[in-house]
Design a binder for this molecule. Structure first.
Ligand code: ZN
Length: 239
């Protein structure tokens, strides 16, 4: 099953499940519209009902996403995530030749599109929610994050015997594949975060309102040595 996110906190977030139920209901309402006589009062009522269902689904999806991103931003003002644009490019280059059947491929494509769309929105929310807390989203190139061992760094395709499992050929480190990938994303994001110019005593601009904000950013910065724990990582496993 596709995950919405896996984090270094060991959290595996499934996509909004309620959606499946609602989509069945949505289809029923859509069918009822198409069965009604055009121009009739009943058809107008059915169309109104369809609009309400659409709005309800959108509201629930939005509510769910906001809850996730607010919680993440509260727990980790600095969040490393896979850079979706890069991921999408490498995925399309690879193609989907290994998918068993056309139907499956189309379905995976649709699920992927929904997930990607939700992730685009999650990213937008995380950007402003972390910024409001003095942090940031640190995008990371997802290349090899699922093949690299988070314990020793050995990178090989065979490290991942199954979709779910990571087993390092070199050191024997074994764990959930998504969690291993999330740890790699965190490590890469952490490297970017501590290397940014503001992190090493660059002069803080004295421009009015920004000053307080930067002070807050410094205040929330973790003390040396504990920096890694302060960065949460949210990764998207391959579908
Ligand atoms: Zn290893």
């Amino acid at each position: 099953m596709a995950l919405f996110a896996a984090t270094t906190d060991g959290e595996c977030v499934a996509p909004l499940n309620a959606l499946k139920r609602q989509q069945k209901y949505l289809k029923r309402v859509q069918r009822s519209v198409s069965r009604k006589v055009k121009g009739s009062n009943n058809r107008r009522k059915a169309i109104e009902r369809l609009g309400r269902v659409h709005a309800q689904i959108a509201a629930q999806r939005s509510d769910w996403l906001h809850k996730q991103t607010t919680r993440w931003a509260n727990e980790h003002p600095v969040i490393a995530i896979e850079d979706l644009k890069v991921a999408a490019m490498s995925a399309s280059a690879k193609g989907t030749a290994t998918e068993p059947g056309k139907r499956v491929r189309q379905k995976a494509g649709l699920n992927r599109a929904i997930l990607d769309q939700a992730w685009g929105e999650a990213r937008r929310q995380l950007d402003y929610k972390t910024a409001a807390r003095g942090g940031a989203v640190v995008p990371v190139d997802p290349a090899y994050t699922s093949q690299r061992c988070s314990a020793c760094g050995h990178t090989a395709k065979d490290n991942r015997p199954t979709q779910a499992r990571f087993e390092c050929e070199a050191c024997g480190h074994s764990e959930n594949a998504d969690l291993n990938a999330a740890k790699n994303i965190l490590a890469a994001g952490h490297a970017v975060w501590v290397a940014r110019p503001e992190a090493c005593g660059a002069e803080v601009r004295r421009a009015g309102p920004e000053r307080g904000r930067r002070a807050a950013a410094r205040k929330q910065e973790p003390a040396e040595g504990s920096a890694a724990q302060a960065i949460g990582s949210v990764g998207i496993p391959a579908l």
